[in-house]
Design a protein around this ligand. Structure first.
Ligand SMILES: NC(=O)c1ccc[n+]([C@@H]2O[C@H](COP(=O)([O-])OP(=O)(O)OC[C@H]3O[C@@H](n4cnc5c(N)ncnc54)[C@H](OP(=O)(O)O)[C@@H]3O)[C@@H](O)[C@H]2O)c1
Length: 283
């Protein structure tokens, strides 16, 4: 039995759909805070169970009979380490034999402002549960609003300098997670998962220009200036500060690695950035 957490989230739903296609004979269980929102998955033969990381009682029942587990990281920094630990504890207590975790690129040595991933990885490793760390690079979809705005304003702003971003769309990461969950021999593995190629924000501007047919330039700012520019565009101050720190991490090379592991796991090249961004630019 394969249990997938966060199944009403964007990535979780894709993983469950992948597993149903890839391993039709496997029993797939989808965990959801609100099972009603996973009714379509239940219609397709997936067992949907309620699970709230803030209510540990729900977790034990959720992992009853679990063999393999996918823990999809929680969106909210700060609280999520406690929530991840609750999931690991419950999976282990209920006898799971394998836990995959969606982490971040080079979690143990990253300049990106996401320390919860390294702490979660350490907690999992110390739990004794056989694991696979799926160290996802950034989602290409992160740049959908950036591309849409750039097409409208003719400008991409940032503070990432010549730092490169090896993003891939969620669908590719979901396919990799399903391959690991449905396959064998992934115990105690660490996979650095990223797109086959990486782009700078200046190249992102060039791409939006190519897709839109209009001139688009990149304006590189100091991190504080980028944060202030985002606030001036009505981005909430904490999010603007986070995004500025993300760009500092990109400038330091945190998302640049392209080892080709994602393509190898999914069995085909990763989806080019242009394919993900084209609809937003044309809209
Ligand atoms: N690599 C990147 O570029 C990038 C970008 C953004 C996020 N991320 C990370 O990747 C994760 C998955 O991405 P996504 O797009 O699928 O995110 P998402 O759509 O926000 O999904 C997050 C899932 O976590 C569930 N969840 C949150 N709090 C919970 C709780 N207390 N108990 C049980 N479930 C809870 C949500 O449940 P509900 O459906 O009930 O809300 C949802 O199913 C994110 O959570 C974040 O950690 C990575």
């Amino acid at each position: 039995m394969i249990v997938v957490t966060g199944a009403t989230g964007v990535l979780g739903r894709m993983v469950v759909e992948n597993l149903v296609r890839r391993a039709p004979d496997e029993r797939v269980v989808a965990l959801a805070r609100d099972p009603q929102r996973a009714a379509d998955l239940a219609d397709r033969g997936v067992q949907v169970r309620p699970a709230d990381y803030d209510q540990p009682d729900t977790l034990r029942a959720a992992f009853d009979g679990a063999d393999k587990v996918l823990l999809i990281s929680v969106p909210v920094p700060g609280v999520r380490l406690r929530q991840h630990r609750a999931v690991v504890d419950a999976a282990r207590a209920m006898g799971a034999s394998f836990l995959a975790y969606t982490s971040v690129a080079h979690a143990d040595d990253t300049p990106m402002p996401v320390p919860d991933h390294e702490r979660t990885e350490r907690y999992i490793a110390e739990s004794g549960l056989p694991y696979s760390f799926l160290r996802n690079n950034w989602y290409s979809e992160v740049y959908l609003p950036v591309a849409g705005q750039a097409a409208a304003t003719g400008e991409v702003i940032g503070a990432s300098g010549t730092g490169r971003i090896a993003s891939a769309p969620r669908a590719d990461y979901a396919a990799a997670a399903a391959a690991v969950l449905a396959g064998d021999g992934h115990e105690n593995s660490v996979y650095e998962l990223s797109g086959d190629s990486a782009f700078t924000k200046a190249e992102l501007a060039d791409l939006v220009s190519d897709l839109s047919g209009e001139p688009v330039t990149y304006r590189d700012l100091p991190a504080d200036g980028y944060r202030d520019a985002l606030v001036a565009q009505d981005v909430p101050a904490p999010e603007a500060a986070f995004l500025a720190r993300v760009d500092e991490g990109i400038a330091a090379g945190g998302l640049a690695d392209t080892p080709g592991t994602l393509a190898r796991l999914i069995g085909h090249p990763t989806t080019p950035l242009a394919v993900t961004l084209a609809p937003a630019v044309r809209a």
